[in-house]
Write a protein that binds this ligand. Sequence first.
Ligand code: AMP
Ligand code: ZN
Length: 436
Amino acid sequence: MEIFYRDKNIEQIDRRSLEELQYKQLIYTLGFALRTPFYKTRLAQSGIYSPADIKSLKDLKKIPFTTKDDLRECYTQGLLSTSIDNVVRIHTSSGTTGVPTVIYHTQEDLNNWTDLVARSITACGVTKKDVFQNMMTYGMFTGGLGLHYGAERIGILVIPTSSGNTKRQLQIMKDFKTTVVHATPSYMFHMYSKLNEYGFKLEDLHLKKAFVGAEPYSENSRKKIEEIFNIDVYNSYGLSEMNGPGVAFECVYKNGMHIWEDSYIVEVIDPKTEEPVKEGAEGELVLTTLKREATPILRYRTRDLALIYKDSCPCERTHRRLSRITGRTDDMLIVNGVNVFPSQIEQVIMEIPEVGNNYMINLSKQGAMDKLTVKVEIYSKLFHGDISELEHLKAKIKDNLRASIIINPNVELHEPGSLPVFELKAKRVEDERPKL
Ligand code: AMP
Ligand code: ZN
């Protein structure tokens, strides 16, 4: 397999030099953090008044965590380390409720972010010969502009279609021979489902690769997207608090996402005890920016659950690899006392070949008990077949779900295209239970 690097020296840096670099960058970051009203107070409460109070990477644990609520309380300038005159752009989180979290960028911040994205997409074998259509929303959401500038940096032709208007997306893909796209997993499925309706055939497209991220999806969904389009799909992880895309990205081996550890310190903690988990165990990701001036963020509780693989990658990058995000500490559903992650449900239903591309999870009450209903779209030909086949399929989905999530769900089968479609982030859980 051909392996591509953008900056081999950094991507293959030995671990000891990497740790030295991380410490140097942490001190640099603390310098900026101590200039923000928020960290000045917060760090003083932990006895940290100057970067010199952190003597080694081991001292990282002396730094208190930062949460999303902290960031919200800093709205608008509590986390700004420099004069607003030095800021060239802001981004916010994609949250649609409440106060957003704001990230300020200097030109240097944007340059560093752009480099990380350029490095990431090069790692999946994308070159300037490709044609890249960016189907993520442009604007405050980081998926649009983040990938845009990174891709331009490697000299590729970028088509900034942004999200939505599937017919137009497909027409442009055909006319300009798009070879790489960036989209959410649900949008990839949506696009496929519209191909024929809009008068296109798979042969009209020249697609080879897709960067797919921004929401959780299972390995089975990846395989499904790869099969239906006959392409390679690379997982991409990022969050606006840490710039956006370019935090962790898969290489050509597609075996977990390299976290760019020259730019972020990653910790994995037990969300309850807040202590580090054993090496290789699953826990909450905690991230520290190492190359950000305007809005440095220290030990950010991402609420994302994942693990770091212990083995090395055949690409010989030394930056460790992150598993898929298996859930969030805050999207966990408790159904009749049992914890359920929507990603577990997806994992099970996507293993069933008759299941189509869309599903919803509904929570309601039946008397005093919780009722969990999984609504799944199935391929249309099944609706025209034998009714007993449908009953059989329903029972199979139910049994497989019960085996995985322990509780007994209701299953509803739906025709393709009948469940809501989300062009940005899918909101697949409807919780109609009254709050206790
Ligand atoms: P935002 O700050 O709006 O970009 O949202 C970031 C959040 O999206 C992360 O904290 C994750 O929960 C989720 N996310 C981003 N990329 C992925 C991915 N590849 N897999 C699963 N979840 C993701
Ligand atoms: Zn690799």
